[in-house]
Design a protein around this ligand. Sequence first.
Ligand code: NCD
Length: 311
Amino acid sequence: MSHPSKHLLAIEGLEPPHIADLLDLAESYALLNRSGKTQRDLLKGRTLINLFFEDSTRTRTSFELAGKRLGADVINMSVSTSSVNKGETLLDTASTLNAMQCDLLVIRHAQSGAPALLSQKVDAAVINAGDGTHEHPTQALLDALTIRRHKGRLEGLVVAICGDITHSRVARSNIHLLTTMGSRVRIVGPPTLIPADAARLGVEVFTDMKKGLEGADVVMMLRLQRERMSGGLVPSAREFFRFYGLDAEKLAVAKPDSIVMHPGPMNRGVEIDSAIADHPTRSVIGEQVEMGVACRMAVLDVLARRLPRNR
Ligand code: NCD
């Protein structure tokens, strides 16, 4: 089944075959990357602009590598060097990018919905690299690929997503993807960090960490996103760790072969103990980063197929 849209703005709305196709293609790119080969002709002559209004290390470099491995000309624009600091609006920036005839536009923005707005104003295919608390679709794809490589499937797995759910676009995209693919998703965290619309999302809610982790196949930890919190939703880092930080004792109630994930950046000693983050067999955090490049190559590939040939 071909991708249903010119853009990738969200996971919500994608159907199982769309997701499965992206994951299968990403898997083939993961193997290609491991073999050391590249496909530098696929995006030859195409321009990819990375437009990041928020800090990023992993996601931006991952899109940059993905674009370069497929042969695109990649340009990174970050807020500190762009004219946004001089008061230019998002839409003025869009018309500048249009005039530059950019083919693929990767955008990260603090405002939920900014990529969707931009997609109406530019000719390029727009990829959401994280918008506010809304979605981060390529993160959910790379998480799903990592899970599938370890468990062989997504259907029927118990996945516990833990910590600051309310402010996490990673959680939102993962919930949409995993429930669409038939996983049983639990969200685990203090009541202050569980979204009000949780029931509508088709997940089970736990405020007791050990109950939430019992029998889980996958334990996904999230960062406390203090920059998005308006008041003191969490008492102190030490107290948070005691109740909701992943350590060996809490992990012991999950399945013995369960895997531990984190999208990064990690706050060691706050949501995850260092010994677990670096665990040689249980932690797949490094593999998530590797799969990120493969998934972004798959997304660029699929969207580029829909672009007009000559611009
Ligand atoms: C996440 C993000 O920016 O949404 N990070 C990432 O893309 N790897 C999660 C976070 O910032 O905590």
